[in-house]
Design a protein around this ligand. Sequence first.
Ligand code: KG4
Ligand code: ZN
Length: 360
Amino acid sequence: MRTRVRVLGIETSCDETAASVVLGDGTVLSDVVHSQVALHAPYGGVVPELAARDHLTNIRPVVEAALERAGTRFGELDGIAVTCQPGLTGALLVGVQAAQGLAWALGKPVVGVDHLVGHLLAVYLRHPGLATPEPPEPPFVALVASGGHTALYRVDGLEAARIRELGATRDDAAGEAFDKVAKLLGLGYPGGPVIDRLAEEGDPEAVELARPMPRRDTLDFSFSGLKTSVVRWVMAHGRPGNDQVLRDLCAAFQRRVVDTLVSKAVLAARREKVGCLVLAGGVSANRSLRARAVEVGGRHDLRVLVPPVQSCTDNAAMIGFAGGVRLLGGANDADSLVTSPETALPRVTRKGRGQRGRLR
Ligand code: KG4
Ligand code: ZN
């Protein structure tokens, strides 16, 4: 039953127009992503108005390509899943309208999916032809590190109601820190992949930078101090050229981010007494983060699972799978689909200072 449910996933929350056909067991039949990186690159970040207009141009060809590559006709779909939060409102509305229209025309159910739930469940996707480790049995702890969010969750089941935030960033998201530092160093947008590449040939010990959130016992994150530390370094030494100093600076910055993410994720898994740690979100494409999480997690007898890179960065397959869970439960949001810039997952971390609730 689970395998046979065939879902069209649609994702337009930020700067990727994506569509995918996924089976209920996570088998990815197609995974089409149109990236807007070139459109936003001259501005050093995503311009919401341009993002929405570009989604409008591309949503139809991207959805058609997803169906064609999956060898699926519209009539063969069992339902449609679409990201409805969090994200840029104009961008979300394009995907939601497309999904609503298709569902209406086809007489099929449509469900809204929280983008962060999509990231958290990406570890269940199976790409034919790609070796995929056995997916985790809840409970597990997962780190979502993306351009807009950085948080740790306890996952007790695949429904959003069974996912609980344990701690999150008080200021910048990890990906945002990568992007801002890259912009400062004149490396273009997005910053993560280019810093990842440069850091590989750098010496992280050669440059002294602040440690993000030095308190080790909290599951909150803070990356703005580290960002300021890079700004101060550049003010004191000047912006490095394309040389070894640049590589060293990137390596030092990346080391600080990776160490913080890994140590807090492992701390969360140990506190929650789970045997499995999952990484998700665009920053989980980072090679150093992936390697370090496996290494440190292994030392604590944790099974560390990281989806393939294309399932870490924004995609519609994860939305299709998370929506499939809701569709299988009988959900249909046709009359109630709304968008929101915020996640539906309850937050325990207050931006700026203090916690909203007490951590266990
Ligand atoms: O999950 P995602 O694709 O979109 C959001 O939901 O935000 O994450 C995008 C973020 C960007 O900040 C990008 O710089 C970062 O993920 N990123 C990386 C890498 N690839 C993408 N950060 C570090 N290393 C990478 N290899
Ligand atoms: Zn994302």
